[in-house]
Design a binder for this molecule. Structure first.
Ligand SMILES: [Zn+2]
Ligand SMILES: [Zn+2]
Length: 460
């Protein structure tokens, strides 16, 4: 996620801040809500923005889960293995607690504590993702809820199925691509390429003991095989979206990955979870996208990069065909000054920021500005991703105002297909990680702003 200013002390969210659109589990950086830590972090802002819609909700989440900090909460929600002391006796209890977390009446916004003794919040039986204080509220809310109920049902299935990735019962299929990389332009072609081999993998997971145990332990009917297979595929796209989106950027900018010594990608504003849960093979798919590459270095830079995440500063040439993941815990512009300008680390061939969110508040913009200007002035090919068309439009506007030369933007063919609920506003259309992208390179040569706006309004 985004860098944050280290100078600023913890402070309240300014009232002018627009609600940060979404804080879905996989994209939120954990931020300890302790005043001793510097802040506010971008993602704490997102977390606190839950409050805008339902006052008291963020504290309720922590209280419900019996956790001291947002960081602990995120570790569990993001699939981290619960540390002892969480007090969960079994996965069922943890899942139950996680689902309980977002309880408030979707219609009148009542929290459990605000209900009279005779009332309890009950979830919608179809999707299990929204709650009501009674049949009246449920009935009144149906016209709004019916538009998202079906999609939210998938959210509830994916949330459980993701557990199989954590436990290692669902291992992402990996291996060299049988088709030339350039043929694979989107998920459809990727799935066609993987073909029967992937089907066999998914069938094995569907028939596994772990799958049976999972549904038995949550005590609800196991969905039909098609639904479960659809879920596994969505989880696949979620896990592979980032490496393939990086590949999209390398391709679009025509970056030569057969450069002696290898090529480098900097992931700017990398989150804690992204690095804490990173496995060495996470970006292997990027390598398979470019057979014959002479080494790819992916360096995650961000103030929330997990401590202990490999800080390899080795600049020795990579073995051809290898993908090396490493991290730096710093603001990108500081990292640039200390590592890149001193020549210790080479300039990136591509910079990528997943959901920087600088459009969402002046604080975030302030934190990102030095980095955006640096990328512009050093003419670093840059790709950023966004959740929604609305975010795309406002981010484009900012980048145009900053006089960057926008080379491409639009719907990301390698977006995550896993829907994410907007917790603070459960009847909002679910969003998808990295659904849109913008690429820019250097300064603009007087781009016609009006034409750009028309194009965005016309849909992309
Ligand atoms: Zn109600
Ligand atoms: Zn529903």
């Amino acid at each position: 996620m985004a860098p944050r200013s280290r100078q600023r002390r913890h402070k309240k969210l300014p009232s002018s801040v627009a609600p940060v659109p979404v804080t879905p589990p996989t994209v939120v950086t954990p931020v300890p809500l302790t005043p001793s830590k510097p802040g506010p972090s971008i993602d704490a802002l997102g977390f606190v923005s839950l409050e805008n819609n339902v006052p008291g909700l963020s504290q309720l989440i922590l209280q419900k889960l019996n956790m001291k900090s947002y960081e602990e909460y995120k570790l569990v929600v993001d699939g981290g293995i619960p540390v002892s002391g969480f007090g969960f006796r079994c996965p069922q209890e943890m899942f139950q607690r996680m689902e309980d977390t977002f309880q408030f009446c979707a219609h009148c916004r009542a929290l459990p504590s605000g209900l009279s003794d005779s009332k309890v919040l009950r979830h919608c039986k179809r999707c299990r993702n929204v709650y009501y204080c009674g049949p009246e509220c449920q009935k009144s809310d149906w016209p709004a809820h019916r538009r998202v109920c079906q999609e939210l049902r998938l959210v509830a299935v994916d949330r459980l199925m993701e557990w199989l990735l954590v436990t290692g019962d669902f291992v992402l299929p990996s291996g060299p691509w049988p088709w030339p990389g350039e043929v694979v332009q989107d998920w459809d072609t990727w799935f066609s390429m993987k073909g029967s081999q992937l089907d066999a993998t998914l069938d094995a997971v569907l028939g596994s003991h772990a799958m049976t145990t999972l549904w038995a332990s949550v005590g609800r009917p196991r969905p039909d095989p098609d639904t479960l297979q659809g879920s596994l595929k969505r989880l696949l796209t979620d896990a592979l979206s980032r490496p393939l989106t990086v590949g999209l950027g390398l391709r679009a900018f025509g970056i030569d990955v057969r450069k002696t010594g290898g090529s480098a990608v900097h992931v700017i504003g990398a989150s804690h979870v992204e690095t804490f849960l990173a496995r060495p093979g996470d970006y292997d798919e990027l390598g398979y996208m470019f057979p014959g590459h002479l080494g790819l270095r992916v360096i995650m830079v961000g103030v929330d990069v997990a401590t202990g995440f490999s800080q390899s500063t080795s600049t020795s040439p990579l073995e051809p065909g290898t993908v090396q993941l490493s991290g730096h815990r710093d603001l990108y512009h500081d990292f640039w000054e200390q590592q890149v300008e001193t020549g210790q680390i080479a300039r990136p061939d591509l910079a990528v920021a997943f959901h920087p969110g600088f459009h969402s508040s002046p604080d975030l913009m302030e934190a990102w500005l030095p980095t955006l200007l640096l990328l512009r002035d050093y003419k670093i090919p840059t790709l950023i991703t966004l959740y929604s068309h609305q975010e795309l439009a406002s981010s484009l506007q900012i980048l145009v105002e900053l006089d960057t030369h926008i080379t491409a933007y639009g719907a990301n063919p390698f977006m995550s297909l896993k829907p994410e609920q907007v917790y603070s506003n459960p009847n909002k259309q679910p969003v998808y990680c990295s659904a849109y992208y913008i690429m820019f390179l250097g300064r603009s040569c007087q781009l016609d702003k009006r034409r750009l706006e028309e194009k965005v309004d016309g849909g992309v």
